[in-house]
Design a protein around this ligand. Sequence first.
Ligand SMILES: O=P(O)(O)O[C@@H]1[C@@H](OP(=O)(O)O)[C@H](OP(=O)(O)O)[C@H](O)[C@H](OP(=O)(O)O)[C@H]1OP(=O)(O)O
Ligand SMILES: Nc1ncnc2c1ncn2[C@@H]1O[C@H](COP(=O)(O)OP(=O)(O)OP(=O)(O)O)[C@@H](O)[C@H]1O
Length: 577
Amino acid sequence: MPYYMPLNPPEDEDDTVVNIIYPLESPIVCDFDWEMDDYEDFADEKVKDEVLPEDEKEKFKQFLKEKVRERKLELKEAKEARKKTIDDMDPKTKEAFENIQFYKFYPVKTPDTPDVSNVKARYINRYYRNAHHLILRWLQVWVEMEVVLHEEDAKDWVYKGEGAANLILSYTGSSPSMLGKVLRVQKILKDKGQPTPNCILFSSYEELLWGEIPELLESVKNDSLSQAYATHVMSQHLGASHVDGGVLVHVSKNFLELVEKNVLSSRPAWRVNASTIDAGADSALLISDHSLFSGNPTDSNCIAVEIKAKCGFLPSSEYISKENAIKKQVTRYKMHQHFKFHLGEISKISNYDPLDLFSGSKERIHMAIKAFFSTPQNNFRIFANGSIVFGGMGGGADSVHPNETEKCLEDLSKVTGLQISDFIELLSEAIYESGVLSKLLATQKLDDHDIEGAIHLYYNIISQPCLSQKIVRDFLISATAKDCSLMISFQPRRSGSTDSEYDSIFLGSVNQIYDYKAYFIDLDVKPLDKMVHYFELDQKIVSFYTKNGETEGDIDVDSPKVGDSGTSGDIKIQLQH
Ligand SMILES: O=P(O)(O)O[C@@H]1[C@@H](OP(=O)(O)O)[C@H](OP(=O)(O)O)[C@H](O)[C@H](OP(=O)(O)O)[C@H]1OP(=O)(O)O
Ligand SMILES: Nc1ncnc2c1ncn2[C@@H]1O[C@H](COP(=O)(O)OP(=O)(O)OP(=O)(O)O)[C@@H](O)[C@H]1O
């Protein structure tokens, strides 16, 4: 019940505590209770503890007052918004909420489960408050997993792509229920020293952090965290119509082992060295193949574009230290490119600027797409009828060698029937008209403290669990939004048909209407203990850029030009409609 709207205010509306991070060389991280604490005494205490210089006291008090004022305003607005929603509620809905009954289930003791009969409590959480009924019975919530994939099914699944955490298989068999689907199977890293990319179990801190979303905690038991996080967290921010949680299916060990063997030769060598399919998993996610428009590879004439947009804003957090002030002027993406080039992870600095893609300006979106064509790296792929025709498979920072770009452009035009300039026009119109990136940007901006602020709250959580959770939770949601991909699929509308349930773009240059759909993929929860990695990587990237600037790997002027009248831009090829 993610949208449960209690008629009585949740407890935090009476909360008088505000989380403080006061920016100093060593920031002061504390909680201030405006009912219990006195500004003067509070500041004196900090001076006495030698965390606040005496001459900073007045400024600190002003800072506290400002934070208290902001928090009170926030609470007042939340209260008014609640009141308005309740006032506007139709009487039937209101009656349903008034009569709602909560049942809290506890497991009975079995040889494998602990006896919890003495620790039962009616309390659920601060929204639901107390349960009306307590039931001591094991409630096993099974996700519908009617499908089981066995060894003999392995031949129907081929390699589609992979990231650091998952390997994606396309279905090539004839079962109608699987047609147009991909299977997302978990991988495990060979080097146990690397930070774990995927979170399938929760630590006790994570249980606290995400505890307000019961479906998430429940999903861990069912091995369906990835599905639950997409559905119950990310879709609230990105819009349910752009998120597909998929369905969990059982997979046998033999199925996974055979698939691992079958796809080995299609996988990039560096991915094979880094990770392997987790043959111990007993389920995998079955999701619609969003590189297909109709779900059927044979009848769709579909072109799809995958964009890993990365972080689309410059941080302005007050917690960013003076030495790292460059972060407020140069994008994380650009600085990371220089660092990756230095490490030999990419052969060329990308021309792509995320600020262009997220700008909301048609011209700048155009520029971003042109940059993707010259340096796609792992940020840009194009699929025709589900098969990749531009960009590299298997993710990775430098998945396409620049020399291959020209050839890819020719292939692309052959299958789409569009000149590259028309294709860029179609894609930028869809990005501009759909507004789908503005939701993504707002979700990324949940990170308003920057890692330099959030890291202190992370340490807070692991030293005295229960404080400062929202900021870290928002940081992790934002991290998912900075790393996910957007998949937009297009299908030319048949001539003669006028109405359609889809959004569409009219491409004047070819006199054709294209229907399109947009989905976000890779919406997994980031592990809480990755916070330290985030902080360390951030410091490395910024310090490298601050010391070295743009001296290495500057943008190559000889890269293929796209979208202008000229060679590649005029290539033309046919996609039947
Ligand atoms: O830190 P970044 O920006 O390099 O992002 C990582 C990505 O690198 P990129 O720079 O996009 O090539 C990285 O992508 P690749 O493996 O390089 O294709 C992963 O997406 C990684 O996420 P996770 O560990 O699989 O959950 C990403 O890690 P998160 O930071 O999203 O946790
Ligand atoms: N539903 C889907 N439809 C079509 N293609 C998909 C789908 N899901 C994933 N893919 C393809 O598989 C690739 C890898 O998938 P995904 O990004 O989910 O892996 P990951 O390991 O979670 O990534 P990361 O490295 O970001 O953690 C994607 O880049 C995309 O090309």
